[in-house]
Design a protein around this ligand. Structure first.
Ligand code: MAN
Ligand code: CA
Ligand code: CA
Length: 497
C-alpha cells in the first residue's frame, strides 16, 4: 500500500473517532438542565428547574428515583424544553441492593413531552417520542444477558417489550454490570451532529477518565426541543436507584457558539482570575499572621486532632477486632499444624509396632508361645512397663545430675582454695596405695623367681631364708608406717578445705 493511501486512511479513521473531521465542539454548561450536590434539593424539597414525582425522593446529596422496595416507580423531569440542537449529559449514578440480582433499572429520557411518574416503562410513559436509554438490571427474558445498557428511539408508536427486555427494539447496546460498584458508575451520553455515543465508567476506580465506549450510532434523528428526564422502577425484586449528578452541556460546532450579551471578554476573564489569585494569596498570609499572633487558639485545634469522630472510632474498633480475629486464627492454624504433626508421628509409631507384632506372630506360628496383643497393638501392661522404665531412668538421671552437681561444687571450692593458696597440691585419692601395692606385687614376683632359681641350683652367695623374711618384715613395717602417715596428712588436708 502506498504511503499516501495509508496516511489518508489514518486521517479518515482519526476523523471518524472524535466526532467529525477533527472538530471538537464548544461546550457550554447548562445549569437549567442540570443538578448536583451539595444543596441538590432545596430545604422545601424542590430541585430547581426540575419536577419529580411518584416514589422519587430528592435530598441535598442525590435523587433517589426509585427506592429498594417492591413495585416502586418514580421520575424526575426537566421543567424546560432544551433550546440547543446538540448536547452531552454526564450522569453519575449508583444502583445498589442487598440481593444478588436487582431490579428493574433506570431510564434516561430525551422526549418531546415530559413522561409520567408511575408509567410502565422503567417508571415512566410508554409510546414516547424521542430517545430512551435503559440501564436494565433484571433479565426478564432469561437470556442471561443483563445487566444491559441499550438505546431505543421511538416515534410514539412502539410499545416497550418489557418481557423481552426490549431486545427486538433496541438501536444499540452493551452488556455491562452497573450494580453495587465501589465507586459511583457514570454514563456520558452525547448527541452531536446526529451521532449518538454512550461512554460508560464501571465504577471500579475513582479515576474520572476511566470511560469506555458502550456504543456509537450514526444517523440518529431526535426531535428538537425535547425534555430531559430520569425514571426508575422496581418489581418483585428491588434496588436503590440514585442519581448523584445530572450535568448537561450544550455542544456547538466551532464558530457557531451563540454570542452571549453577558459574556465577559477573555482579557477581563484573565484580569478577574489574577485578582482572585492575589486575594487568595493575601488571605493565606493573613491566616498565617493570625496563627502566629494567637497560638493558643490553634493549640486547641491541634489537640482536637487527637479526638476521633464516632465513625472513626467505629472503624478503628472494627479494624482492631478483625486484627484480633486474624491473630487468633493464625494461632489456631499453628496449633492445628502441631496436632497434625503429632498425629502423624503417632501413626508412624503404631505402624512400627504393628510391624513388630507381625514378626512376633510369625514367630508364634513357628512353635513359640503366641503373644496376645490388642487391636491397637500395645498392651496396657507394656505401656505401664515402658512408663516405669522411663520413671526409673528419670530418677537415675536425677541422681546422676545431683552427683554431678556435688562434684561441680566441690571442684569449684577446690579451685577457689587453690586460687587462694596456689602452692597447695591436690592429688588424686588412693594413688600412692595402688602404686605401692603394685611395687610390692612386682617385688614378690621377682622374689618368687629368685627363690625358684635358688631351689634349683647351689648358691653360696645367696641370702638365707631367715634373712630374707626379716628383710620383708622390715619393709612391710616401713610401708605400713608410711601409709598411716599419709592417711593422717590427707585427713588434715580435708579438714583444712
Ligand atoms: C416481577 C415483575 C416483573 C419484574 C420482576 C423483577 O417478576 O414485577 O415485571 O421485572 O419482578 O422486579
Ligand atoms: Ca428487564
Ligand atoms: Ca435479558
Amino acid at each position: 500500500m502506498a504511503a499516501e493511501v495509508r496516511w489518508l486512511l489514518a486521517f479518515l479513521i482519526s476523523c471518524a473517532v472524535p466526532f467529525s473531521c477533527g472538530e471538537t465542539p464548544h461546550r457550554k454548561f447548562e445549569y437549567k438542565y442540570s443538578f448536583k450536590p451539595p444543596y441538590l434539593a432545596q430545604k422545601d424539597g424542590t430541585v430547581p428547574f426540575w419536577e419529580y414525582g411518584g416514589n422519587t425522593i430528592a435530598s441535598s446529596e442525590n435523587v433517589r428515583v426509585a427506592p429498594s422496595l417492591k413495585s416502586q416507580k418514580g421520575a424526575i423531569w426537566s421543567k424546560l424544553p432544551v433550546t440547543f440542537d446538540w448536547w452531552e449529559v454526564d450522569l453519575v449514578f449508583r444502583i445498589s441492593g442487598r440481593s444478588r440480582i436487582g431490579a428493574d433499572g433506570l431510564a434516561f429520557w430525551y422526549t418531546t413531552a415530559q413522561g409520567a411518574y408511575n408509567g410502565t416503562v422503567f417508571g415512566s410513559s410508554d409510546l414516547w417520542t424521542g430517545l430512551g436509554i435503559f440501564f436494565d438490571s433484571f433479565d426478564n427474558d432469561n437470556k442471561h444477558n443483563n445487566p444491559y445498557i441499550m438505546a431505543i428511539v421511538n416515534d410514539g408508536t412502539k410499545i416497550f417489550d418489557h418481557a423481552n427486555d426490549g431486545s427486538t427494539q433496541q438501536l444499540a447496546g452493551c452488556l455491562r454490570d452497573f450494580r453495587n460498584k465501589p465507586f459511583a458508575t457514570r454514563a456520558r451520553i452525547e448527541y452531536y451532529k446526529n451521532t449518538l455515543t454512550l461512554m460508560f465508567h464501571n465504577g471500579m476506580t475513582n479515576n474520572d477518565q476511566d470511560y469506555e465506549m458502550c456504543f456509537r450510532f450514526d444517523n440518529v434523528v431526535l426531535p428538537k426541543n425535547g425534555f430531559f428526564g430520569i425514571s426508575a422502577a422496581t418489581g418483585g425484586l428491588a434496588d436503590d436507584h440514585d442519581i448523584l449528578h445530572f450535568l448537561t452541556l450544550s455542544l456547538y460546532p466551532p464558530g457557531q457558539l451563540p454570542v452571549d450579551a453577558h459574556k465577559v471578554s477573555l482579557e477581563e476573564q484573565a484580569k478577574l482570575q489574577q485578582e482572585y489569585f492575589d486575594y487568595q494569596k493575601k488571605l493565606d498570609e493573613q491566616k498565617e499572621e493570625y496563627r502566629k499572633e494567637h497560638p493558643d487558639k490553634f493549640r486547641k485545634q491541634e489537640y482536637e486532632e487527637y479526638y476521633e469522630t464516632e465513625g472513626q472510632k467505629e472503624l478503628r474498633q472494627i479494624f482492631n477486632g478483625q486484627s484480633q480475629m486474624f491473630d487468633a486464627l493464625r494461632e489456631l492454624n499453628r496449633k492445628l499444624d502441631e496436632i497434625v504433626g503429632r498425629q502423624e508421628r503417632a501413626l508412624s509409631l503404631i505402624s512400627q509396632v504393628q510391624a513388630v507384632q507381625g514378626g512376633m506372630q510369625v514367630n508364634g506360628q513357628l512353635g513359640q508361645q503366641p503373644v496376645a496383643i490388642d487391636s491397637v497393638g500395645i498392651r496396657r501392661q507394656e505401656v505401664d512397663a515402658v512408663l516405669n522404665n522411663q520413671n526409673i531412668i528419670l530418677s537415675a538421671a536425677k541422681e546422676i545430675k545431683s552427683f554431678v552437681g556435688d562434684l561441680h561444687t566441690k571442684t569449684d571450692s577446690i579451685l577457689n582454695n587453690q586460687a587462694r593458696a596456689p602452692t597447695a597440691q591436690v592429688q588424686p585419692m588412693g594413688y600412692d596405695h595402688q602404686s605401692l601395692m603394685a611395687e610390692i606385687r612386682d617385688g614378690l614376683n621377682t622374689l618368687k623367681k629368685d627363690s625358684k632359681i635358688t631351689g634349683s641350683a647351689d648358691c653360696p652367695n645367696c641370702l638365707s631364708v631367715s634373712m630374707f623374711l626379716l628383710f620383708i618384715a622390715i619393709q612391710m613395717i616401713i610401708l605400713f608406717v608410711y601409709s598411716i602417715y599419709r592417711d593422717n596428712k590427707e585427713a588434715q588436708m580435708k579438714k583444712l578445705y
